[in-house]
Design a protein around this ligand. Structure first.
Ligand code: SAH
Ligand code: SF4
Ligand code: F3S
Length: 468
């Protein structure tokens, strides 16, 4: 498999700084502070990318605003994981014709995973003439250059050609919030699960150097961030491409030893690469959250094979069992696809029985959505949509019952919570295992603090409590 990674050089980054400067000068000659709006669809990886896009736009002199109306630049950072995600983007993109009519100099950028598909780029070219720039995730670092081009020439920019993969270090970042931070440790995916578009739109797996990741984490911890999530499509294969003898568990251990009060999280883990060593590392360092998001996708071995997942039900259950043996309080969550092509009723019931056996704290459930160019999209899929909806509802009912039971077990206990938000008059926070907690309290005093909370009540989705 091709693993050639393109590392963006300091000279190339410096050239982008040059564009930033020219754009800042252009606006200051006009005596205007321009505004930019970035809308994010999809996963945390995209959230992290959007923080870099905002950072680059700020370097170009733009002030970040929170609506498309009136903004000088609008960026849609898109997701291609399911049909529904793409339809939402096309709908919202259509609506931008009106904002642009009212503000004709507005520049519209479409980027992210949708822009990694040639058929999408073609549709944008043909049917969305108000989109000025369309680029895939490999070209994110070139935002200043593209912006300069559309401000100065009446041309559209399309940078959607496929490349194996890019790593650009040292990009500015405008982080949302001061408590939680995302840190991408790797990009892309090599797994080619048969239903999934990600490897096609994000390129081959490539890891950032351990020292770059550790430096970023140390900076965040010193800046007072309390909750750090390491991101990758499959963090368990971190480092394999670097040949340094550093695996994900090693990286996690290094970061956990940085001085300061913080919780360390990570996602996502592919069960085929999750190791006992990783569970051991988690149990050894008290600041690594006892939460494991371990997407199983299906509980049936034939379907897992058709999905190209490279593990079976028994191997998966062994991982869960080992995790619980070293951390009895570990929280497992998972992703499940219902209605994969050819899934029979009995095969679906294997998924139900697996969920019943594992008893996840929470599940992210999806109805299979065919993605153009993936192997599963050309598999026969005779199951009617209504039947898939019925299966989906059965799974949801089961999980809601389990989540409720799990949440009831918290009532009467005292747990450590990081307060990180508000909901009406109440504060909100997360337990180590990522459970949402609502509690009364003074935001001035408690925001960003780890505090013990006595749990007094619960719903299927959240807990309520009182600070101790
Ligand atoms: N890298 C992660 C998942 C990224 S996508 C992993 O391997 O676990 C997040 C979830 O979207 C997947 O776990 C899967 O459950 C779901 N998903 C991906 N492609 C899908 C498709 N074509 N239809 C429905 N759900 C899909
Ligand atoms: Fe998609 Fe599979 Fe890669 Fe996850 S591991 S991003 S599901 S191909
Ligand atoms: Fe979507 Fe791309 Fe993430 S397809 S789920 S935004 S990696």
């Amino acid at each position: 498999m091709e693993t050639r990674t393109i590392i963006i050089t300091p000279e190339q980054m410096h050239a982008q700084d040059g564009y930033c400067q020219r754009i800042r000068e252009l606006w200051s000659q006009r005596g205007i502070t321009p505004t930019a709006y970035v809308e994010t669809y999809g996963c945390q990886q995209n959230e992290a990318d959007s923080e870099q896009i905002r950072g680059l736009l700020e370097n170009c002199g733009y002030s970040i605003c929170n609506q498309a109306e009136g903004a000088d630049v609008v960026v849609f950072n898109t997701c291609a994981i399911r049909e529904h995600a793409e339809q939402r983007v096309f709908g919202n993109l259509g609506a931008l014709t009106h904002t642009k009519r009212r503000h004709p100099s507005q520049k519209i950028f479409l980027c992210g995973c949708m822009a990694g598909q040639e058929h999408v780029a073609q549709r944008i070219r043909r049917s969305y003439p108000h989109v000025d720039v369309c680029f895939n995730p490999h070209h994110l670092w070139q935002v200043p250059e593209y912006l300069w081009r559309v401000l100065n020439r009446k041309e559209r920019v399309f940078a959607t050609e496929e490349v194996p993969g890019v790593i650009a270090e040292g990009l500015p970042q405008r982080r949302e919030g001061k408590i939680k931070a995302w840190v991408s440790i790797m990009y892309g995916c090599n797994n080619f699960c048969s239903y999934c578009i990600v490897p096609y739109v994000r390129g081959r797996e490539r890891s950032r150097k351990p020292e770059d990741v550790i430096r970023e984490c140390r900076y965040l911890i010193e800046a007072g961030y309390k909750d750090i999530t390491l991101l990758g499509q499959n963090v368990n294969s971190y480092g394999k491409d670097l040949g340094l003898g550093v695996d994900f568990a090693d990286l996690l251990a290094e970061i956990a030893q940085i001085p300061g009060e913080f919780t360390l999280r990570f996602m996502t883990s592919h069960p085929k690469d999750a190791s006992f060593k990783l569970f051991d590392t988690m149990s050894k360092y008290p600041n690594i959250a006892h939460h494991f998001h371990l997407p199983v996708q299906s509980g049936n071995d034939r379907i897992l094979k058709e999905m190209n997942r490279h593990y079976d039900r028994a191997q998966y259950l062994k991982l869960v069992e080992y995790g619980r043996s070293v951390m009895p309080d570990i929280v497992f969550t998972s992703d499940i696809i219902v209605g994969f092509p050819g899934e029979t009723e009995e095969e679906f019931e294997d998924t139900l029985s697996l969920c019943d056996q594992v008893r996840y704290d929470a599940l992210f459930t999806f109805i299979y959505s065919p993605r153009k160019g993936t192997p599963a999209a050309s598999m026969p899929d005779p199951t009617p949509k209504e039947e898939k909806n019925r299966r989906f509802d059965r799974l949801l009912d089961l999980q809601n019952r389990i989540s409720m039971e799990k949440h009831r077990d918290y009532v009467g206990k005292t747990v450590r919570v990081l307060v990180d938000g508000t909901d009406g008059d109440l504060l909100t926070g997360r337990t180590d295992g990522g459970r949402l907690v609502r509690l009364p309290g003074d935001p001035e005093k408690l925001m960003g603090q780890f505090i013990p909370v006595h749990i007094t009540g619960c719903t299927t989705w959240s807990l309520t409590g009182e600070p101790v």
